[in-house]
Design a protein around this ligand. Sequence first.
Ligand SMILES: NC(=O)C1=CN([C@@H]2O[C@H](COP(=O)(O)OP(=O)(O)OC[C@H]3O[C@@H](n4cnc5c(N)ncnc54)[C@H](OP(=O)(O)O)[C@@H]3O)[C@@H](O)[C@H]2O)[C@@H](O)CC1
Ligand SMILES: Nc1ncnc2c1ncn2[C@@H]1O[C@H](COP(=O)(O)OP(=O)(O)OP(=O)(O)O)[C@@H](O)[C@H]1O
Ligand SMILES: [Mg+2]
Length: 328
Amino acid sequence: MAAGPVWVAAGACRRVLQRAFSLHKAHSIKDMENTLQLVRNIIPPQTSKKHKGQDGRIGVIGGCQEYTGAPYFAAISALKVGADLSHVFCTREAAPVIKSYSPELIVHPVLDSPGAVHDVEEWLPRLHALVVGPGLGRDDTLLENVKGILEAAKARDIPVVIDADGLWLIAQHPALIQGYRKAVLTPNHVEFSRLSEAVLREPGNGSDREAVWRLSQALGNVTVVRKGEQDVLSDGEQVLECAQEGSSRRCGGQGDLLSGALGVLVHWALLAGPEKTNGCSPLLLAAVGACSLTRQCSHQAFQKHGRSTTTTDMIAEVGPAFHRLFEA
Ligand SMILES: NC(=O)C1=CN([C@@H]2O[C@H](COP(=O)(O)OP(=O)(O)OC[C@H]3O[C@@H](n4cnc5c(N)ncnc54)[C@H](OP(=O)(O)O)[C@@H]3O)[C@@H](O)[C@H]2O)[C@@H](O)CC1
Ligand SMILES: Nc1ncnc2c1ncn2[C@@H]1O[C@H](COP(=O)(O)OP(=O)(O)OP(=O)(O)O)[C@@H](O)[C@H]1O
Ligand SMILES: [Mg+2]
């Protein structure tokens, strides 16, 4: 049966439109409260019976001469959300810089080496999810290596979040991700237009929520999270909108926080299994969680710091914001 999108507003507890061409899906996510409850269900309990690594080992692929902040923001956010170990695979010269930001990150200076794909592949069996793109840059050699890393991750069925310059790569080679149901793309306004143009031969009108659904469908139900004043999320079946209150501050790095948080939430959602997710797409639930969390961090940081708010201030809010949204 041809199924159209089910549109549900999440964040403002307001359902804008529900086009329930698919009855089953129409019943699966009703509103924001139900959705957030499902997000709460996927969070693994904190017990004394676990060993290091069980709550998530995340890899970030990115970091080059120009951009060292973005992979740091993504990797540290994964840790702050609750992952146990966070790796960054970056270029040789970016590594000491990223290490100097935080002793908590494991940093591999391999991305521009001739053996990059092999070096990352060796770590893949120990990683639960990859976040590909923050601070990667657009150097052809690096992008070629990332192609190989993506293929290796797919072969191992490892979930991937693709952001920033990773999306540039996907716009050049959509086949890299076509039909891979364990992928989430997190484009901003410009990145979404570029992807729409590449995949659908249309600019992807910013105000058109259906455009997100169409892009996801065209990519074979890859989950798409279009960030903006409201975040619009789709797995090609449902369309959700996250309007959780954020802030008017638009400093760089907020998307990197989102992608790192999403890396760990995707792992948790897939681990939780269908009885916890009530038949909903685990990747979509993870995305709702990451969007709500990022916006709540922005809101809380802005209340304290106003116009001087930066992404570092938002990262300091990850713990309290997570507690407020998902544990209170
Ligand atoms: N501290 C760090 O290390 C950080 C590093 N980062 C890393 O930088 C790399 C490049 O990523 P990117 O996002 O800057 O993309 P890119 O394609 O160069 O476009 C930028 C231009 O697009 C536009 N524009 C953007 N949003 C728009 C909107 N909503 N609506 C309309 N226009 C909009 C705007 O254009 P303008 O206003 O100048 O016309 C803007 O200048 C990538 O690796 C990323 O991870 C970042 O993560 C930040 C923190
Ligand atoms: N106009 C807006 N109003 C409120 N929140 C917004 C707005 N635009 C983006 N956001 C939020 O900011 C966060 C990052 O989105 P943004 O579009 O800035 O990503 P980005 O450009 O990839 O960021 P980065 O600088 O990390 O690359 C998301 O949580 C999104 O919901
Ligand atoms: Mg970005």
